[in-house]
Unconditional design. Structure first.
Length: 125
């Protein structure tokens, strides 16, 4: 069994570095076009994923089993697809990027619902 809380925080810090690097680029260049990408890499990738890690660590029963592993995998796939879609929206156009962002966002919501299920099942005590 993989160390799920550990992997959540290990990936979260990589999103933080990527999100901050993009913020630094935006600040230095004065080009804030990709602000929503910057905001959501940081808020979904760093903050939310790190919270998953801490909650999985605090309630190990919620981290055990296949559902939490798939939740983690789907959430990361969702972030990457959503961020690709939002980047395309702001660089090419919403007709091309919108559907990609929509697929990513749907995957993210499914992964969040899976997390909610684990929390309600296992975070009673
Ligand atoms: C080295 C670190 C960071 C730098 C250089 C940076 C830079 C920036 C810049 C230049 C903007 C655009 C501001 C504007 O257009 O008005 C921005 C917006 C934003 N950043 Fe960062 N940022 C950093 C870290 C973070 C982190 C860690 C988070 C979240 C955990 C975050 C969340 C946001 C949000 C939510 C916005 C949008 C704010 C709004 O709607 O007005 N940033 N950031
Ligand atoms: C499926 C997940 C999500 C979707 C589809 C989504 C969608 C959006 C959209 C469409 C905007 C407006 C962007 C614009 O006006 O350019 C936005 C802004 C924002 N969202 Fe989200 N969001 C999601 C998750 C989150 C989460 C988890 C957080 C915080 C933990 C968050 C925090 C924010 C903030 C602070 C802003 C304003 C900053 C900005 O303008 O970029 N979002 N979001």
């Amino acid at each position: 069994m993989i160390n799920l809380p550990g992997w959540c925080v290990r990936l979260a810090v990589l999103y933080a570095l990527a999100g901050m690097a993009l913020g630094e680029f935006m600040g230095a260049s004065g080009d804030h076009t990709l602000q929503p990408v910057h905001a959501h890499i940081n808020l979904l990738g760093w903050v939310t994923l790190a919270l998953f890690g801490l909650i999985y660590k605090a309630w190990p029963a919620a981290a055990a089993g296949k559902l939490s592993l798939w939740q983690f995998i789907l959430f990361n796939i969702g972030i990457i697809i959503q961020m690709t879609g939002v980047t395309v929206i702001y660089s090419v156009g919403p007709e091309t990027g919108g559907p990609i962002a929509g697929i990513g966002s749907t995957i993210l919501i499914i992964a969040m619902a899976m997390f909610a299920l684990q929390v309600w099942r296992h975070c009673r005590s």
